[in-house]
Structures are given as structure tokens and as C-alpha cells.
Design a protein. Sequence first.
Length: 293
Amino acid sequence: MAAPFLMALHGELTVIGKSPDGDSMRFIPDTPEALEELARADRIRVTKSDGSVQLRLEGIDTPETHFGPFAQPLGELARDWLLEHAGFSEVTFDRSGKVTAATPAKRRAVVLSKAADPNGRPISYLLIEHDNPPPDGEFAEVDAELLRSTVNSASLEQGIAYLTLYSSTPARHRRTLRAIAADARERQLGVWAVDETDNFELLDHDSLGPPNGALILPKLFRRCTDYIKARDGGFAGLLPDWMVAASATGRRPENDLLLIGGKTEVALSTVVQHLNDRIRFTADILDVVFVEK
């Protein structure tokens, strides 16, 4: 079982010349060698020019911004919320979504992490202006009180992000984050006011993009987007068929394993139904835990 002890990394968030979104930013640790203590440290890629690493914020997934004209509704809102919550103002972007100016240029922060994800991003909780953070480079227990003070929790609380849990997330953290997200859903805040993950139309890219496309769980959106590309390129099957076929190549693990209700392990394709032009996600998002590879 994943333990709730994470390392504190003190440092600075940096955004100018970067492309942050609602659940990922770049971070420059004060003690870069501390990154070597994280699981999968060999996968972490440090930018030579400024010593920054890309974070993946634990427990949350926000609407996508990095898909050009095929981005999701509310993606830019989530990105701007994270920048503001992290203490950046007067932020400007170029056409590609890269930050060209911000006040300040960097912002002090504390990251809590124990591992990088398969893509080399430290899986992190983010603390801004916390009165008593754990010391730099030390592992500390992240209890419910500390967890609720993170930017991750605030994002869920306000409905900025979807809850997206992994088997590597400590069980007690899952319970706390799930309760926060459930309250936001009950109050129909943010994404929950317009979410259509359980039943939506899939005709083309416009079906999922702004201004009138369906807002769905980002992890499912990414697979729908790639499926549409494959279908337009000649793939003859349905979305679940494509997930199975794409995963069979070994290059793209599109058919994730899930734990439903914490017990039953199934493939993502088994909870996705594709009938005519409609997609149904048959599991409750809040009951899903993705198996970390």
C-alpha cells in the first residue's frame, strides 16, 4: 500500500517561456540532488538552461489546453486559475500558449513528492505560502490537514479539476481527495456543472472542443482525440476496439487498467461503450483508480 510520506522540495515555480496548464507547471528545486531520492528518478529530465523540471499535480486532471484548435472547453480557465492561485499576475501568452510575461517571473513554492510518473514528471502536491512546510529534502507525513492546504485540494474544491486518482496515491489521500471532489460535484461547481463524460456525442474533433463541444474527463478526451485521428486515417473499429488495438502494439498504453471501487480490476475499454455516434462511460469517475504503470 502506498505510504503517505512524501519528500518536501523547496524551490521556485517558473513560467516565462513555459507552457503551464491547469495541472502542470515547471519547478526549480533549491536542492536538485534531492530529486535523486524520488522513485523513477532516472526518468526525470532537468532543463539545462534553468534547472527546472515539469511537475504533474497529484490527484487532479484539468481540461486540456495543449491540443491547438482541438483543446477542451474550460482548459484556459483552469490554466489561468492555477497561475493566479500560485501567485502570478499580468500573465501574457503567445499564440502557442507559451508565457511571454508574468509578475513575478518566479514564485516560491514547496512541492511534496515521492516519485516521478512514467514520463519523468515528479508527481506532486503543491504548497504556496504555507506557514510551516516540512523542511527541504526531508520526508514527512502528509496528513489530511496538510493535504487540504495544497493547491491540488483547492482545485478540486472549486471544481477547477476532475478527480483523477492512481494506485500510487496513498489510500488515505484518495479518501480525502474523493470527499472534496464529491462535495464539488454535489454543488455542481466548475467542471461538474457541464460534465458529459457519462454520455456524449462523438462525431469529430468539434464534438469535444470549444465553444459547443462536450466537456469530458481529460484522460478519456485524449483517447477520443487519438481515436478520431486513427478513424480518419482508416481505422474501422469503434473506440473500445481502438484502445485494445493501440495497446496491443506495446507503444501506446491506451487501454489503462482501472480499479473500480478499490477492488475490481478492469480495462478502460470495458467501461467505455460506443453505440452509433454516442459514447458512454459506465463507471462513476469518483470510484475509478487508474493503475500506475
